[in-house]
Design a protein around this ligand. Structure first.
Ligand SMILES: C[C@@H](O)CC(=O)SCCNC(=O)CCNC(=O)[C@H](O)C(C)(C)COP(=O)(O)OP(=O)(O)OC[C@H]1O[C@@H](n2cnc3c(N)ncnc32)[C@H](O)[C@@H]1OP(=O)(O)O
Length: 153
């Protein structure tokens, strides 16, 4: 069963607080400006994202968002909600099923699917939807803090 949670009040869940089925969601509106800023940040200036005249001649008949921009929304959930602060990415698989366009709203869902107490690892299913259509999915492995550090004063 899926158990939708909010961010832990401390900023992050520790290993013992996670269970299989815990999930978190976030929605992000994809604007032209966000795509431009991602091109700058990643140095990926593929014209299919930035040049309407070029993109209009492709099978997509218009600009689409970088796949890794949608994947980055998943990273945002992992790093700020589930598990949250202190999580460290180990690996990530990704498949892009449908393009994301300017003005689409992407809903990311991250679900805990496996826990390795010994290795302090969580396996997370990552899914991205535009309306109800699955546009992207994959599996992430992250290292989760075993304990919370006393807060600095
Ligand atoms: C590097 C970065 O800058 C680039 C990105 O980030 S791109 C953004 C992330 N990726 C996506 O958004 C891809 C989303 N997924 C899809 O659109 C589809 O899954 C797919 C089109 C990639 C694959 O779908 P599938 O049904 O498997 O299609 P095929 O590969 O079998 O192709 C079938 C025929 O469709 C035509 N076609 C489809 N897409 C394109 C395209 N982008 N360019 C050209 N042609 C395309 C084509 O006619 C195929 O026939 P062919 O004779 O086999 O070529």
């Amino acid at each position: 069963m899926v158990d939708l949670v909010q961010a832990h009040p401390s900023g992050g869940y520790i290993l013992d607080e996670l269970h299989v089925g815990m999930a978190a969601e976030k929605t992000v509106h994809v604007t032209e400006e966000r795509i431009r800023l991602f091109a700058e940040a990643s140095d990926d200036f593929n014209p299919v994202h930035l040049d309407e005249a070029f993109a209009a001649k492709t099978a997509y008949r218009g600009r689409i968002a970088h796949g890794l921009l949608s994947a980055a929304f998943g990273s945002a959930v992992v790093g700020t909600i589930l598990p949250g602060a202190g999580s460290i990415y180990i690996s990530q698989t990704l498949a892009f099923h449908f393009p994301v366009r300017i003005d689409d709203t992407v809903r990311i869902r991250i679900t805990v699917i496996e826990l390795d107490q010994e290795g302090a690892r969580a396996q997370l299913k990552c899914e991205g939807f535009v309306e109800d259509r699955l546009i992207m999915d994959g599996v992430a492995v992250v290292r989760v803090p075993r304990r919370r550090k006393p807060s600095a004063r």
